[in-house]
Design a protein around this ligand. Structure first.
Ligand code: UDP
Length: 471
């Protein structure tokens, strides 16, 4: 049996205050035909990183909406997670190859996990590359399988992508955060573009009184009377903590006693964490105003919440990023963000909203110092960011997108009801105008809630890339 993660019970009713009654009614409507649908979410770690953060909130709410949702994790030792982290890095574009023995490690552990897979499901959602091979090694059964990719796979390392690609061909659908992330020659016919979201009621995001924020952070060594800037991220080379330290040191020349907190988590499936942590400790060793914290030394969700609230500016200086939940988390608290122009971050910070996108240490330092000098402008940017997050990146929207996809796959809202399919015989590809194959051979993509049908994978991918450039 694959290990289940216990998520307890949660109520969707609590979300009325942040998103309004109409959004909750919509959830009820979407979930009604899916009552008792058996949905499994499968990933590699129960803590640390964005996927665990999402599932912790999503799964109990699917249950509250009447589905029988479960969260399980695959098993693996250090050697397996070394390999899967290399696959992750390669899919984000790192120049590396997998040796024959690394491929064998991935396959052997995936086969072991496939043997542990039991239970009957209507829908299985597999997150990221770590468990991706399970479908082929286990077989589909009667379930619909979805591959949910959270990382930036727009320019994957060719050799590693060719290794992974055959394991994806049998999936019924794939979900990406942005159209640009769909890799070349992608083998799954049905695509949906769905950005993640944050849970406004989780301990990480719920309102905290100022006095509590001060007490929590004073206790761990932050001086609440002096300005603070923070980056919250896994200790991972793509998150560029050395660049954050460099930018902070430049900005500090203008802002005396400015403090920097680097809050980082270790994840079960991320063996690079300790090495990056060691490098950061070394870089910060002689600097009493740089504080380094981890989830293993008591900085949990509530403390992260407090850091994102007390900070005058939150930094997210990623070089590559899938989405970057930390950006929406900070903006939801009205805190402005200076962030790398990477992956899904610009979705969260359109021009003039939330803060500034940067492409270098110098730009990061300049924007940081600018916001610290102009607290009123910083406050306005943060407030606009909060409103943007309310409209686009709160959990009920993600739940609704997921329910729509499950319904489409499970046939509860047959795709035949979509306008393009009722006229499939005369339907034309929106990219090139050629006639579109009728179901079940139709290639589709769901973008901003609209389903499109295409004549070929090339047209579908071209259309999505074009759509990404259009406002
Ligand atoms: N996180 C945390 N403690 C830490 C570092 C990160 O709780 O010390 C959380 C962070 O608040 C966010 C998630 O881990 O919810 C990271 O998600 P994100 O999408 O930013 O990045 P990922 O780790 O998935 O690349």
């Amino acid at each position: 049996m694959l290990q289940p993660v216990d998520v307890g019970r949660r109520r969707t009713a609590g979300y009325e205050a942040p998103v309004g009654a109409a959004a909750l009614e919509e959830l009820g409507r979407l979930a009604a035909p899916l009552r008792d649908a058996r949905v499994l979410h499968l990933n590699a770690t129960p803590y640390g990183g964005g996927v665990a953060e999402l599932l912790r909130s999503l799964v109990p709410l699917l249950c509250d909406l009447g589905l029988r949702a479960e969260w399980r994790i695959i098993s693996g030792g250090p050697a397996f997670f070394e390999v899967t982290k290399r696959i992750h890095n390669a899919l984000q574009g790192a120049a590396l190859t997998l040796s024959a023995s690394e491929r064998e490690t991935y396959l052997a552990q995936s086969a072991h996990n496939a043997r542990l897979f039991d239970g009957d499901y209507d829908v299985v959602v597999v997150h990221d590359p770590q468990p991706a091979a399970l479908l082929q090694l286990h077989g589909k059964g009667s379930a619909h399988w979805i591959w949910r990719c959270h990382i930036d796979t727009s320019e994957p390392n060719a050799a590693v992508w060719e290794f992974l690609r055959p394991f994806l061909t049998d999936y019924d659908a794939a979900v990406f955060t942005m159209p640009e992330f769909v890799p070349p020659a992608f083998p799954i016919a049905r695509l949906a573009i769905v950005p993640p979201a944050i849970d406004p009621l989780s301990p990480k995001n719920l309102p905290l009184a100022d006095a509590l924020v001060h007490d929590l952070l004073s206790w761990i060594g932050i001086d609440p009377d002096y300005p603070l800037v923070t980056q919250v991220s896994r200790f991972d080379p793509w998150k560029d903590q050395p660049g954050v330290i460099a930018a902070y040191r430049i900005a500090r020349q203008e802002v005396p006693r400015l403090q920097l907190a680097l809050v980082g988590s270790m994840a079960l499936d991320d063996p690079e964490g300790w090495e990056v942590y060691r490098q950061i400790r070394e870089a910060a060793a002689d600097d009493p105003l740089i504080h380094v914290f981890t989830n293993l030394t008591g900085v949990g969700n509530v403390e992260v919440n407090a850091f994102q609230r007390l900070s005058r500016v939150v930094i997210q200086k990623s070089i590559r990023e899938g989405f970057g939940l930390t950006v929406s988390e900070a903006l939801w608290k009205g805190t402005p963000v200076v962030a790398g122009r990477a992956g899904g971050i610009p979705l969260q910070m359109p021009e003039g909203t939330g803060g500034y996108l940067v492409a270098s240490v110098e730009e990061c330092a300049e924007r940081l110092a600018g916001l610290l000098r102009a607290p009123e402008q910083a406050r306005e940017l943060g407030q606009r960011g909060r409103e943007h997050v309310r409209q686009h990146f709160l959990l009920p929207r993600l739940l609704a997108d997921e329910l729509r996809l499950i319904a489409a796959l499970a046939g509860a809202h047959p795709l035949a009801a979509q306008p393009w399919e009722t006229t499939a015989a005369g339907q034309r590809c929106p990219e090139c105008g050629m006639p579109v194959a009728a179901a079940p051979h139709t290639l589709t993509a769901v973008l901003r809630g609209v389903t499109y049908a295409f004549c070929s994978p090339d047209c579908r991918d071209g259309f999505l890339r074009g759509a990404a450039r259009r406002p």
